[in-house]
Write a protein that binds this ligand. Structure first.
Ligand SMILES: Cc1cc2nc3c(=O)[nH]c(=O)nc-3n(C[C@H](O)[C@H](O)[C@H](O)COP(=O)(O)OP(=O)(O)OC[C@H]3O[C@@H](n4cnc5c(N)ncnc54)[C@H](O)[C@@H]3O)c2cc1C
Length: 407
């Protein structure tokens, strides 16, 4: 009898895992269950081109329906998996349906971290995670009106740039002393603060939001220091939390994500997990970590598909990310946590193109490349292949990026 593999969650990880199963030789059924009403779509453009009005939901699809049909991949959308019974190998959906599986893949991703401040339920206050969130935000976008972004991380800053492009007066409120404090060096924070201010976005740091006021709809954001900001639209971007509850209730090992090994296997031999939801090992940095990025979801899904088919494909990619704001493409190679030195290549104060190389004990561990695609490609290689480079060469613009590969 034909076996069934069920994938829970229909986003980046699932869109890779399902076709990869066929490539790895799975000839049974593949069913993808997702609680959103769409086929898997690219999430990154939501705060960028989609919010800015430069693309449509149809263009966001990761693969078109024909590809899934060709690979005999079935979707059940708009349904939520409520529980997993590992002893009977069944799932229960929110419509009461019970489904049996032979192999299961958890691709449940993450959701926004919410705040419980007074007035947060007022109209005009939004989070940003999926298409429907952006469609609601767009209803409140109006030229000349005031937008307040709570949180100066990548999503907050991208949202600020997209709303500015549509003629809104935009203010970003960040609690930390600088934007992007959790993920980059002060040099990058200063750069993005300058660029946003040049573009007319006001960035306020060291500001704790205390609540929201308005009559049915938000009119004001109040802060702990007594200041307040007029607001017709508020977008809150204060991070995400992994969707681990299903796994936890099923008795799978969970610790800051669903715990998996380098083959994306959980502690149940019939269950794998991939994407934002996992806590996985990274051999290059010799740590366990949870990543929030598309390349992570895609690459780990390939390992998960191999494991389901009894093959072994180690997931050991170098983490990388990107962020688009205005005309700036930031590409980040590796993880900068624990750096003790930052080397700048290019003019970060007067231009819109430079690199921040992060070193730890003289070794390159990460690079933030702003409008520098060549340095990004080279940095990925330098870090992944552990090639050591004289720090003076990293800073020297007279040395072509490719020449750095000589070490
Ligand atoms: C606005 C925005 C901008 C971003 N920009 C970038 C970027 O520039 N670069 C980058 O690398 N990454 C970016 N990311 C992060 C990236 O989108 C995520 O890392 C990626 O989507 C993770 O994919 P995933 O498949 O693991 O999970 P998710 O995309 O979170 O998808 C999980 C899916 O599973 C569904 N689900 C959860 N539980 C259940 C259940 N019980 N039953 C049914 N369905 C369920 C969820 O509703 C969701 O649809 C961005 C994210 C956002 C929100």
């Amino acid at each position: 009898m034909s076996k069934t593999c069920i994938i829970i969650g229909a986003s980046h990880a699932a869109a890779q895992l399902a076709p990869s199963l066929r490539q790895e030789g799975w000839d049974g059924k593949i069913i993808v269950l997702g609680d959103e009403p769409y086929l898997p779509y690219h999430r990154p453009p939501l705060s960028k081109a989609f919010l800015a009005g430069d693309t449509t939901p149809e263009k966001l699809l990761i693969r078109n329906q024909a590809i899934y049909e060709k690979n005999d991949i079935e979707f059940k959308l708009g349904v939520r998996v409520e529980s997993i019974d590992r002893s009977h190998k069944t799932l229960t959906l929110d419509n009461g349906e019970v489904m049996s599986y032979d192999k299961l893949a958890l691709c449940t991703g993450s959701r926004v971290r919410t705040v419980s401040l007074p007035g947060v339920e007022l109209g005009g206050i939004h989070y940003l995670r999926d298409i429907s969130d952006v469609e609601k935000i767009k209803e409140d976008v109006a030229e000349g009106a005031n937008a307040v972004i709570v949180g100066g991380g990548y999503i907050g800053l991208e949202t600020a740039a997209s709303l500015k492009k549509q003629g809104m007066n935009v203010t970003v409120l960040e609690m930390a002393p600088r934007v992007l404090a959790r993920v980059t060096a002060p040099e990058l924070s200063e750069f993005y603060t300058r660029v946003h201010s040049d573009e007319g976005v006001s960035i306020k740091t060291g500001v704790a939001v205390a609540g929201f006021e308005g009559d049915g709809k938000v009119q004001r954001v109040t802060c702990a220091d007594g200041t307040h900001f007029d607001a017709d639209l508020v977008v809150i971007g204060v991070g995400i939390v992994p969707n681990v509850e299903l796994a936890e209730a099923a008795g799978l090992e969970v610790e800051n994500g669903v715990v998996v090994d380098q083959y994306a296997r959980t502690n149940d031999p019939d269950i794998v997990a991939a994407g934002d939801v996992t806590n996985h090992p990274n051999a290059l940095y010799d740590i366990r970590l949870r990543l929030e990025s598309v390349p992570n979801a895609t690459d780990q899904a390939k390992s998960a598909a191999a494991s389901i088919c009894g093959n072994e494909k180690v997931y050991s990619s170098l983490p990388w990310f990107w962020s688009d704001q205005y005309d700036l493409k930031l590409q980040i190679a590796g993880l900068s946590q624990g750096y003790d030195e930052v080397i700048i290549r290019g003019d970060k104060d007067g231009s819109r193109s430079f690199v921040a190389f992060y070193l730890k004990e003289g070794k390159l561990i990460s690079a933030d490349c702003v409008n520098r695609p060549q340095e990004f490609m080279v940095s990925k290689k330098l870090i992944a292949e552990n090639i050591s480079v004289d720090p003076a060469k990293l800073a020297d613009e007279s040395i072509a990026p490719k020449e750095l590969l000589a070490g």
